[in-house]
Design a protein around this ligand. Structure first.
Ligand code: ADP
Ligand code: MG
Ligand code: MG
Length: 884
């Protein structure tokens, strides 16, 4: 079996499409080498080898070692250096690289192959001893950390001490001799802490590093990251072994990262940062403040440090050419890593760049305009869930800003919250329902759970490509990084802003991730604008999708918001929500607690005009679009007065004794109300309730039709039907009312009567129910509840445990359970259509706004999905993806 793929010198055994086998990094290194770009030669050990390693008790597959040695010989031929050589030593980088990019989660070792002998040779070869010792100290530190498991902080302490003694500010200030002293201390601490010396044999080093990369696939950080991003652990990681090139070889050398377009705004401009005389992660680690790549960006940032364009014009222009070439080749914005060794440019990585939702829209629309991609492709480039980011509020431009600090606009949107200084505090606060801004000097992968819990993130160090920036953009959380004008005093839990203003933990701040400003207190915000690129992508998506998208709306306010988000009707109006408004609950209680039909009718007469005006408003806003109204669904017990005070009040209004009323309340008590007296069961016990609602609906339809001139076709939905006879009974009442209202109004009203499918029995008997039902709407919340036999109000406790223990992958209330609940839906859809081929099928549960579930709904041919107003754009886009 082939475990190893070589690349370099204008050719490669793998290519970009081999991502599954070679990992993203390896596949793209191969692709770049084939394109003839300057890539240091190397080889990739496949993800299959990693999977073998784990399946065979952490052993390497037979033959792999020989193949690595052959690949290494090829690298030696191309570079003219030899691994472990005492004159012209070849140094290697050993880099992890999974199928999906997992930034910063796994480990890389640079400068591998150095030891006490070759460090001398390296310095001699390069004519720069400082460089050689600098490389050696980096190697020892990384190797000890990644392979030997000694925390990097011990090394940083030693180095800080030395710099302090010598009065230096930067690592680059140390001379060769001074580095040598540091290295002696490094080696000493390794022996002290681990009881073994730092390995001198390059081959031992190499295999140690390869195993460590395999092992890093299972480290806690990587496991958490995979869990958060739904990456299967079975994918494994590849290992890239590559010749080193050196950005730390003096002032004509540099290392940097760049995006071919601005990842924050999407603007078509090269965007990136670099450091002279530096290596590896120096740029993102915030050791020195990085410099801009282009002169335009330098000017815009007001920095006085020269740009790459200025200091290394030739390498810069070659780099620009490569950026254009890669973008055209991959037809997407690229995120690049490069190193310049004594003026010579080397490409170390390319991948599709992470970007904000706003940037994603702009880039997709621009690339379609540039002819790089089609409009359909542009639609598929946008992750539906990411649209959430655009629905974030921004700071009202009319308010005067009380700026207390500023940094980089790392992730857009504004957020307000209490200051907390640790991830743990952020998580605690979230659990208590408090909104917080996580304030850190810089973040690391250990902070991820806290970043998730926070409304926004503020760091005082780090650039646009720092950990905080990358992660926040990915999560769609507003973020300001590198707020150098502010200072975090962790010991006293203080954030010190402009002019020495001291804020304590718990004080409220607002961050503006779009401008980089930090403001004091709560600031008025504006709701997002949904035109421009957003509008264009939505328009393209709409022309690609088959399913329509409706909204779940109970109030005129929801209905209006949903219309502005492009909803094409109401898929679910929950009439009961209307009964909780204002003093209506009082009348509702009187109705429920009445002891006779007459008493109920008296209360219902009061409710009728209220419902009628509610429905008329919805019909008018929807202007001829379909509106589905569900008859009263929840158990009556939800409306009952609970406290003595409430009971006294109702009793008074009804002229009843509180004691008697209390008895009536107790009589209505149910042990398991969600499986109790609710849904169509109420309409059968108390038909006058359904009749009142039907009357309100039809009278509202008459009013709206007269006012707007648009035909109103109400769709009346009967909940919780299990038996066809239940539907027949309720439908009979509705039809009677319809006839009466049409006679009174002397007007014909078209309407549909349908049912929710939310009980397994209804799904199985769909062919019979469809004889009476003109439409089905899948109530997937209840259907999930009744199929699993779990209560959605109580399940979260053990569902979290289930997920943690791997018993269940997704919460079935969030992502539809395709195998079980989905199967029932499929059966119901098929059987319903058997009876009534043109039956309208929709879904109105939470799943209607979940992109993955929407794919499933497309696959079983539903006509529409209905979701909450703010998810309408997401559903429109997801429905387009599902259809493309
Ligand atoms: P990550 O997956 O965390 O980005 P990488 O494997 O890309 O890790 O390595 C991190 C950094 O190490 C790179 O951005 C680059 O600066 C440096 N690096 C990796 N390989 C080499 C190499 N062959 N020569 C010089 N620098 C390298
Ligand atoms: Mg990288
Ligand atoms: Mg229901």
């Amino acid at each position: 079996e082939k475990w190893v793929y070589s690349f370099g010198d204008g050719e490669a055994e793998g290519r970009a499409s081999d991502r599954d086998l070679l990992g993203g990094k390896g596949a793209n290194l191969a692709e770049m080498a084939s394109l003839g770009l300057p890539v240091p030669p190397g080889l990739t050990i496949t993800t299959s080898a990693c999977n073998w390693y784990y399946s065979q008790n952490r052993t390497m597959p037979a033959g792999m070692e020989e193949q690595v040695m052959e690949g290494l010989a090829r690298i030696e031929r191309i570079t003219g250096r030899r691994f472990g050589d005492r004159e012209h030593p070849l140094l290697l980088s050993v880099r992890s690289g999974a199928r999906a990019s997992m930034p910063g989660m796994m480990d890389t070792v640079l400068n591998l192959g150095l030891n006490d002998d070759s460090v001398q040779a390296l310095g001699h070869d390069a004519g720069d001893a400082r460089f050689a010792w600098d490389s050696y100290r980096r190697f020892i530190q990384m190797y000890a950390d990644v392979v030997m498991g000694l925390d990097h902080e011990v090394f940083e302490e030693i180095l800080e001490d030395e710099k302090g003694k010598l009065g230096y500010e930067y690592d680059t200030d140390l001379s060769a001799a001074e580095w040598q002293e540091v290295i002696a201390l490094y080696k000493e601490i390794i022996e002290d802490e681990l009881g073994e010396p730092f390995p001198q044999d390059p081959h031992v080093q190499l295999w140690g590093a390869v195993k460590a990369v395999f092992a890093s696939w299972m480290n806690a950080r990587a496991v958490t990251y995979r869990h958060l991003h739904g990456i299967p652990s079975a994918w494994g990681t590849a290992v890239n072994i590559q010749a080193m090139v050196f950005g730390n070889l003096g002032n004509s050398s540099a290392t940097g990262v760049a995006f071919t377009r601005n990842p924050s705004t999407g603007a078509k401009e090269l965007y990136g940062e670099f450091l002279v005389n530096a290596q590896g992660e120096d740029v993102v680690a915030g050791i020195r403040t990085p410099q801009s790549i282009t002169e335009a960006a330098r000017i815009a940032s007001g920095s006085d440090k020269p740009s790459l364009e200025k200091v290394m014009p030739e390498a810069f222009s070659e780099f620009c050419g490569i950026c254009n070439r890669l973008e055209a080749h991959y037809r997407d914005m690229q995120d690049l890593e490069f190193t310049i060794e004594r003026g010579k440019l080397w490409m170390l990585q390319t991948r599709s760049g992470k970007r904000t939702a706003k940037a994603a829209l702009k880039i997709a629309v621009d690339m379609a305009a540039e002819g790089l991609i089609t409009e359909r492709e542009a639609v598929t480039r946008i992750d539906p869930s990411s649209l959430d980011q655009l629905l974030h509020p921004t700071i009202d431009p009319r308010v005067t800003r009380e700026v207390i600090g500023s940094g980089l606009p790392a992730s857009p949107g504004a957020a307000t919250g209490e200051i907390v200084f640790t991830a743990e505090e952020a998580v605690e606060a979230e659990a208590e329902g408090r909104k917080v801004i996580l304030v850190r000097i810089e973040t690391s992968p250990e902070d991820i759970h806290g970043m998730h819990a926070a409304e926004g993130i503020l760091t005082t160090r780090g650039g646009m490509t720092s950990h905080a920036a990358v992660v926040a953009r990915g999560m769609g959380i507003p973020c300001v990084t590198g707020a150098g004008t502010m200072r975090v005093d962790m010991r006293n839990e203080h954030l010190i802003g402009l002019g020495g203003l001291t804020l304590k933990k718990g004080d409220i701040i607002t961050i503006d991730g779009s401008s980089g400003q930090v403001l004091k207190g709560i600031v008025p915000m504006l709701q997002p604008e949904l035109s421009g690129d957003f509008g264009k992508i939505m328009q393209w998506a709409d022309s690609s999708r088959r399913m329509t998208v409706r909204t779940n709306a109970d109030t005129p306010q929801d209905a209006r918001a949903a219309r502005s988000f492009g909803a094409e009707g109401i898929g679910l109006c929950r009439t009961e929500h209307m009964f909780f408004e204002g003093d209506r609950i009082q009348v509702m209680r009187e109705m429920i607690l009445a002891e006779s039909e007459d008493g109920r009718r008296a209360a219902l007469d009061q409710l009728l005009p209220m419902q009628r005006s509610d429905f008329a408003a919805l019909f008018e806003i929807m202007h001829g679009l379909p509106v589905t109204i569900r008859l009263l669904d929840p158990p009556l017990h939800e409306f009952l007065p609970k406290t003595d005070e409430e009971i006294a009040e109702v009793a008074d209004a009804m002229g009843m004794e509180p004691k008697k009323l209390r008895e009536r309340v107790d009589a209505l008590h149910e042990f398991n109300p969600m499986l109790g007296h609710r849904g169509c069961r109420l309409a059968i016990s108390y038909p006058e309730i359904a009749e009142m609602q039907a009357r309100a609906i039809f009278e509202a339809a008459v009013i709206a039709a007269r006012e707007t001139g648009a035909a109103v076709v109400p769709e009346i939905m009967v909940p919780l039907v299990g038996l066809r006879s239940e539907l027949d009974y309720v439908k009979g009442r509705i039809e009677e009312v319809a006839r009466a209202v049409m006679g009174e109004a002397e007007m014909q009203i078209d309407y549909l009567v349908g049912t929710m499918i939310e009980l397994p029995r209804a799904a199985l008997r769909a062919h019979v129910i469809a004889e009476a039902a003109e439409f089905f709407s899948f109530g997937t919340n209840d259907l999930t509840q009744t199929t699993f036999g779990i209560s959605r109000d109580d399940a979260s406790v053990f569902l979290t445990t289930y997920q943690r223990k791997g018993v269940i992958e997704h919460d079935p209330f969030i992502q539809l359970d395709f195998d079980g609940v989905g199967e029932l839906m499929k059966i119901a859809a098929e059987r319903g259509r058997q009876t009534r081929p043109d039956i309208k099928l929709g879904i109105c549960g939470e799943h209607g706004g979940d992109p993955t579930s929407i794919h499933f709904f497309e696959s079983i041919g539903l006509d529409y999905v209905s979701c909450s107003p703010f998810r309408v754009p997401i559903a429109r886009l997801a429905a387009a993806h599902a259809a493309i």
